[in-house]
Design a protein around this ligand. Structure first.
Ligand SMILES: Cn1ncc2ncnc(NCCc3cnc(NC(=O)Nc4cccc(C(F)(F)F)c4)s3)c21
Length: 275
């Protein structure tokens, strides 16, 4: 009989629904798999754009890394297929869409909500780091919200296995880059998964304040990051400020580890046990 999870997918298997958004490299649609009515998100990438962007290897790495990840706060990549012109990613559908849209609409999150999101991020990052995978592009734009309000880290297009001493020129915002990825390279400027701890600190700040801590012109942002120069507004609670300060530490080795993030007083205060 028909194998339950056919390894071969093709476009005819899906009924395409509304567009969910468009990224740099392609669009995403809700899709329903015809035989079982299974709802997913289908990301369509155009091969010529991937070739022009010289990112085919990155995409293969993303597919390889993400197909082995199973965590409630990490968006699943169920499979992929291609036709003559396009590559398709079959992704878990996040029912409440993009987190950054919620953040922009609400300006900033109340401390209880920010703490729950950061606790879920820390759990997902702990799972990733145990597999020596660093995401390297943690920011609100890469976080989706599931139907039950849980967050899902997504878009592993920049993830790699740690440690990594190749400097991929990152595109997009500088706001989330840690100092060790900004400093002009001494030869041994390799970096580890601790880069995600810095980004978690930037994310905590942005959830509570509504803007990134080093936001400025590109040149000034790089300088502020390299010096760890930022101020936390007085409306942020002392506990939240303490966690931000322990994550935004210039020396990667001195950043608070993820298991201590999950036991931090600010997280404990807002995350009801056994929730
Ligand atoms: C908006 N939205 N709302 C609900 C919802 N539910 C699920 N998904 C959504 N959106 C898609 C989220 C993504 C997940 N994984 C991605 N991966 C990727 O885009 N990879 C990728 C692309 C181009 C180039 C490269 C390369 F080569 F550079 F590596 C890598 S995008 C949803």
């Amino acid at each position: 009989e028909q194998p339950t999870s056919p390894k071969q997918f093709h476009l005819g298997m899906f009924e395409i629904g509304r567009p969910l958004g468009k990224g740099k490299f392609g669009r995403v649609y809700v899709a329903r798999e015809r035989t079982k009515g299974f709802i997913c998100a289908l990301k369509v990438l155009h091969k010529h754009e991937l070739q022009q962007g010289k990112v085919e290897k990155q995409l293969r790495r993303e597919i390889e890394i993400q197909s082995n990840l199973r965590h409630p706060n990490i968006l699943r990549l169920f499979g992929h297929f291609h036709d003559s012109k396009r590559v398709f990613l079959i992704l878990e559908y996040a029912g409440k869409g993009e987190l950054y849209k919620h953040l922009r609409r609400e300006t900033k999150f109340p401390e209880w909500k920010a703490a729950q999101y950061i606790a879920q991020m820390a759990a997902a990052l702990q799972y990733l780091h145990k597999k020596h995978v660093m995401h390297r592009d943690i920011k609100p734009e890469n976080i989706l919200v599931g139907i039950h309000g849980e967050i899902k880290i997504s878009d592993f297009g920049w993830s790699v296995h740690a440690p990594n001493n190749r400097r991929n020129t990152m595109c997009g915002t500088l706001d989330y880059l840690p100092p060790e990825m900004i400093k002009p390279g001494s030869s041994d400027n390799y970096y580890t998964e601790k880069v995600d701890l810095w980004s978690l600190g930037v994310l905590t700040y942005e959830f509570l304040v509504g803007e990134a801590p080093f936001e400025d012109t590109p040149v000034m942002t790089q300088r502020k990051i390299a010096r760890g120069e930022m101020t936390v507004p007085s409306f942020v609670s002392p506990e939240a400020k303490d966690l931000i300060k322990r994550l935004l530490v210039l020396d990667p080795e001195k950043r608070i580890p993820l298991d201590e993030v999950q036991k931090h007083p600010w997280i404990i205060k807002h995350c009801v046990r056994g929730e």
